[in-house]
Design a protein around this ligand. Structure first.
Ligand code: SIN
Ligand code: CO
Length: 390
C-alpha cells in the first residue's frame, strides 16, 4: 500500500497553517486504504500494556472506562453512541506506523504517536482542545469535524474527572471528512468530531512539545541528582574581602553575583543541557514493545546480516534523535541512552535517525565501532535485523 501523497506540498502547510490555523486536506493519498480493521483495534484494546479508553455518551454525562477490556465488552455497548480510543497503535501495527511517513517533515523529537479511534453513529469525545498539533486522518466511514476558537488555560471546562470538555463551544467551521481526508488542527484550537454513521475510524498523528515548567523541573531534577551537600557558597565567591560591608543587613551585589554564578554555571551549561535533553526526549513513553534479543549479538553474526543485505529496522516504539557536535561527530540518543559517535559511526547514526529501515554497507561500515554500536542498539531492543517481507 502506498502511503505517500501525490502532488502535495508541505511548504504551504508550514507557511500558512502550521501552528496557526486549521486546514482540511481532501484525500491527498496516492491510494487510500484503511490500514486497520475495527475488530483488530478492539483486539488491541484488550491487550495488557496498550492504553485504551472507552467513552460512552449518555444524554447528560460522558462515561469513561479504561482498558484493557475483556473481549466480550464490545458486544455489549448498547445503543448509546460510544468511542474507543487506542493510544500508540503505530507501535503494534506496521501499516499504521506507515501513516507517519508523509509527516516526517516534523523532527523525531516532536513526534508523539498515532492514536486510533473507532466510533458508532453519533459517537465522539466531545468538544475539547489539545496542547499539541494533530493531523486527523479519516480512515473509515465519515466524521463531522467542527473547529472553534483558540483556547487557553483560562478557557472554561465542564466538571469531569477524566475528560477536559469545553463548557462553551462555538462552531467557526465544519466539514464532513471521508476516507483519506485529513484535518490539521493547531494546538489549543477547539474541535469536535462526531461520527456520521457507524464504523467511523480516525487516525490522529500526534506531536509533542515540552512545556517550560516540565523542562525546568526535569532539567533541575537531573542536575540535583549529581549535586553534593558540601558544594556550597564560599565567601571567596564574592571576589572581595570577607564581610567588608558597611551595613550587615545588606545582601551585597557582589554576594548576589557569587550566588547567581553558582546557579548559572550549572543551569546554563548548554553542552550538558543538550546531552540531558537528548536523553530525556528520547525516553520511550510505552517501553512495552520489547524487541530485546535474548543473547548479545556477536560481531561475526552482525557482519553476516550486513553481508546478506538484511535491513536494520527501528523498533516503532523506540525514539531516535541526534545532536551534531562538529565534523564527523554526533551524540546519538536512543531510548534514553546517549552514544558518542565519531568518524566511523556518525554517518550511520544520522541515517538511523532519518529512516526506520537502513541498509548498512558491508564494505564501508564494518569497523569494530560500528559493530559495537549495533550490538548495543540490538541489546536494548531499539533495532532488529529483519528481512523485507515478500
Ligand atoms: C477522535 O479521534 O475521536 C478524537 C481525536 C481528537 O479530537 O483529538
Ligand atoms: Co483532539
Amino acid at each position: 500500500m502506498s502511503m505517500s501523497f501525490h502532488d502535495f506540498n508541505f511548504e504551504t502547510i508550514l507557511r500558512d497553517h502550521w501552528q496557526k490555523a486549521p486546514l482540511l486536506i481532501r484525500n491527498p493519498w496516492q491510494a487510500w486504504r484503511n490500514p486497520l480493521e475495527p475488530d483488530e483495534l478492539a483486539g488491541l484494546a484488550c491487550e495488557d500494556g496498550v492504553e485504551a479508553r472507552l467513552i460512552m455518551q449518555g444524554r447528560k454525562t460522558w462515561k469513561v472506562e479504561h482498558g484493557p477490556f475483556p473481549e466480550s465488552r464490545f458486544g455489549k455497548s448498547g445503543k448509546t453512541p460510544w468511542t474507543l480510543l487506542v493510544q500508540a497503535v503505530d507501535h503494534h501495527v506496521a501499516q499504521v506506523a506507515a501513516l507517519i511517513k508523509p509527516f516526517r517533515f516534523v523532527p523525531n523529537w516532536r513526534m508523539d504517536d498515532v492514536m486510533v479511534s473507532y466510533a458508532t453513529d453519533g459517537g465522539g469525545v466531545g468538544p475539547h482542545f489539545d496542547q499539541y498539533d494533530v493531523f486527523l486522518i479519516q480512515g473509515l466511514g465519515k466524521r463531522r469535524w467542527q473547529v472553534g476558537a483558540q483556547c487557553d488555560s483560562a478557557t472554561e471546562l465542564l466538571p469531569h474527572d477524566d475528560l477536559r470538555l469545553l463548557a462553551n463551544f462555538e462552531v467557526a467551521e465544519e466539514w464532513i471528512l471521508e476516507p483519506g481526508d485529513i484535518l490539521y488542527v493547531p494546538p489549543r484550537v477547539a474541535h469536535n468530531g462526531v461520527a456520521v454513521g457507524d464504523d467511523c475510524m480516525t487516525y490522529s498523528i500526534g506531536f509533542r512539545s515540552p512545556s517550560r515548567s516540565e523542562l525546568i523541573a526535569h532539567w533541575c531534577d537531573h542536575l540535583l541528582a549529581d549535586m553534593q551537600d558540601d558544594d556550597r557558597y564560599e565567601d571567596r565567591y564574592s571576589g572581595q574581602d570577607f564581610f567588608r560591608q558597611d551595613n550587615p543587613g545588606e545582601i551585597s551585589g557582589v554576594a548576589l553575583d557569587g550566588l547567581y554564578a553558582m546557579i548559572r554555571e550549572k543551569m546554563l551549561d548548554r553542552d550538558a543541557f543538550a546531552r540531558w535533553f537528548g536523553q530525556y526526549t528520547s525516553t520511550p513513553k510505552y517501553p512495552e514493545t520489547d524487541w530485546r534479543a535474548e543473547e548479545t549479538a556477536r560481531p561475526e553474526e552482525l557482519r553476516g546480516f550486513l553481508a546478506g543485505s538484511v535491513p536494520l529496522r527501528r523498533n516503532p516504539a523506540s525514539r531516535f534523535s541526534f545532536v551534531r557536535r562538529g565534523e564527523n561527530s554526533v551524540l546519538l540518543f536512543v531510548d534514553g541512552e546517549c552514544f558518542e559517535c565519531g568518524r566511523d559511526t556518525a554517518a550511520l547514526a544520522e541515517r538511523i535517525c532519518a529512516a526506520d529501515r537502513v541498509l548498512i554497507d558491508p564494505d564501508r561500515e564494518n569497523s569494530d565501532a560500528v559493530m559495537a554500536l549495533l550490538a548495543k542498539l540490538l541489546d536494548q531492543g531499539s533495532v532488529a535485523f529483519e528481512p523485507d517481507e515478500v
